[in-house]
Design a protein around this ligand. Structure first.
Ligand SMILES: NC(=O)c1ccc[n+]([C@@H]2O[C@H](COP(=O)([O-])OP(=O)(O)OC[C@H]3O[C@@H](n4cnc5c(N)ncnc54)[C@H](O)[C@@H]3O)[C@@H](O)[C@H]2O)c1
Length: 379
C-alpha cells in the first residue's frame, strides 16, 4: 500500500477555478495521494470528472454526508486522512465542523467560513481534537515572501513604520455591470459568500500577508467600501486604513473593478533602516530599498536566502517558480505536520489565521456601515 497521505477533495470539480491548483500542489512533493471526494454536487459531473483525472471512482461519493459515513466504515489505515474544502464559502463551516468532529485533518480555502462566530466555533472544536487545520492563504508559500518574513524578523529593515498592501483585479467588471449576472453569481450572494465579496475574497489575503510578514497584529481598521449599484449587496472595491501596535500604520487597497488588472497583489513594508517590496505577478523578485544604496533584487534558490525560503525552492536559481509552487510549499508543510515531523510555523497558515481573517472581514464591513469609523479587532 502507498505510504502517501490519503487525501479527499470537496469541490474543485471541472467547473471550478481553484481545483487544479490544489491537485497539482498536493502532488508536487510526492506526499499526498488523491483517493476520492465530492468534486461537484451533480453526480454525472462528479463521477465524470473523477474519470477524466484518472482516479479510481469507488471513493467518489454522491455527497459530503455519504463521504463521511462511508469513510468511517473503513479501517483507519485506509481512511482518508485529510480533506481539502474547495466549495463556495457557505459550505466551508458545516463541512469543516463535521470533518473535525470525525477526526479528519482539514485543509480549507479562505475565507474560512462566512462569519467570525462560525470561525471561532471551529477553533474551539479543533482545540479538543488531535488534528491539523490549514487555511490556504496561497501567497504565503512563495519563496521570496518567506524570505521577506525572515528578513523582517531578523531586523534587516529595522523597526517597521509603514505598511502598504494593494490587491487589484478587474474580473468582476462584466458581471457587476450586468443586472442579471450580478444577481446570479455566488460571489455576490451574501447567503453563499458571506457579508463581503472583495474584502472577503482578496482583502483577507492582504490582511493575512501583512500579519504573516510583519509579525505585527492589526489592532483596528477604518474602511470605505464601494458597492457600485444600489441593488448590489456586496462590496467589490474597498480601502482600509490599518493601525498596528507601536505607531505602525498602513493601508490595504483592494478592488475587483480595477479595469484591466489581473491579479496585481503587491506589498511594501518600510522600516527605519530599509524597505522591502514584492509583487505577485513577478513573484521571484524581492526588492530591498535602502537610503543611499543601489536597489538590491533578491531571487529564489540562492544561498543568501533563509532556510525557510530555500525549503520552498526545488530547482537551482533561474528556474522561475509560480503560484503552483507556492501552494505546493504550503502542502509540503501540511504534510510535515500530519506526519508529526518538525516544521517552521511559517510553512502554512492555520486556523488562527483563518479566525483572524474572519474577524477582519466583519470589522471592515462594520466600519464602513457605521460611517467609516475606527473599529477594533479582537486580539
Ligand atoms: N486561495 C486562493 O487564492 C483562492 C483563489 C480562488 C478561490 N479561492 C476560494 O476557493 C473556494 C472555491 O472557489 P472557486 O473560485 O474555485 O469556486 P468555483 O465556483 O469556481 O468552484 C466551486 C466548486 O465547488 C463545487 N461544489 C459546489 N457545491 C458543492 C457541494 N455541495 N459539494 C461538492 N462540491 C460542490 C462546484 O461544482 C465547483 O466545482 C472559495 O472559498 C474561494 O474563496 C481561493
Amino acid at each position: 500500500m502507498s505510504s502517501k497521505i490519503r487525501l479527499g477533495i470537496l469541490g474543485g470539480g471541472d467547473d471550478s477555478l481553484i481545483g487544479v491548483l490544489h491537485r497539482v500542489a498536493s502532488a508536487m512533493f510526492d506526499q499526498f495521494q488523491l483517493i476520492g471526494g465530492v468534486f461537484n454536487p451533480i453526480w454525472d459531473e462528479n463521477i465524470g470528472f473523477a474519470k477524466k483525472i484518472g482516479i479510481p471512482t469507488n471513493r467518489v461519493y454522491i455527497d459530503f454526508d455519504t463521504l463521511i459515513e462511508e469513510e468511517l466504515k473503513l479501517p483507519e489505515n485506509e481512511r482518508m486522512q485529510v480533506v481539502t474544502i474547495l466549495t463556495p464559502n457557505f459550505l466551508h463551516f458545516s463541512m469543516a465542523k463535521k470533518l473535525l468532529e470525525n477526526g479528519f485533518h482539514v485543509i480549507c480555502e479562505k475565507p474560512m467560513t462566512t462569519s467570525y462566530e462560525e470561525a471561532k466555533i471551529l477553533e474551539n472544536i479543533l482545540q479538543k481534537s488531535n488534528t491539523i487545520f490549514a487555511v490556504t492563504y496561497t501567497y504565503t508559500g512563495y519563496p521570496m515572501i518567506r524570505q521577506m518574513r525572515e528578513m523582517i524578523a531578523n531586523g534587516v529593515i529595522g523597526k517597521v513604520q509603514k505598511i502598504d498592501a494593494q490587491y487589484y483585479q478587474g474580473w468582476i467588471n462584466p458581471i457587476i455591470h450586468d443586472k442579471e449576472k450580478r444577481a446570479s453569481t455566488w460571489r455576490l450572494d451574501p447567503d453563499k459568500s458571506g457579508i463581503s465579496c472583495c474584502i472577503g475574497d482578496i482583502g483577507t489575503h492582504a490582511f493575512d500577508m501583512i500579519e504573516y510578514l510583519s509579525g505585527l497584529k492589526v489592532n483596528s481598521v477604518l474602511a470605505d467600501l464601494n458597492y457600485l449599484y444600489s441593488d448590489n449587496k456586496m462590496d467589490i472595491d474597498g480601502t482600509v486604513l490599518i493601525h498596528c501596535d507601536d505607531y505602525v500604520k498602513g493601508v490595504i487597497r483592494t478592488s475587483q473593478i480595477a479595469t484591466g488588472e489581473e491579479n496585481n497583489f503587491t506589498i511594501q513594508i518600510y522600516g527605519e533602516k530599509a524597505g522591502l517590496k514584492w509583487g505577485q505577478e513577478n513573484p521571484n523578485k524581492l526588492y530591498l530599498l535602502e537610503d543611499g544604496k543601489p536597489l538590491s533584487v533578491l531571487k529564489p534558490g540562492h544561498t543568501y536566502n533563509s532556510e525557510l525560503s530555500l525549503d520552498g525552492t526545488k530547482l537551482p536559481p533561474g528556474h522561475p517558480e509560480g503560484i503552483f509552487d507556492s501552494m505546493g510549499n504550503i502542502y509540503k508543510g501540511i504534510a510535515k505536520a500530519i506526519k508529526k515531523e518538525p516544521y517552521n510555523s511559517g510553512e502554512f497558515p492555520t486556523i488562527v489565521d483563518g479566525v483572524r481573517g474572519m474577524n477582519f472581514i466583519e470589522k471592515v464591513v462594520e466600519s464602513h456601515q457605521k460611517g467609516n469609523v475606527w473599529i477594533k479587532l479582537d486580539q
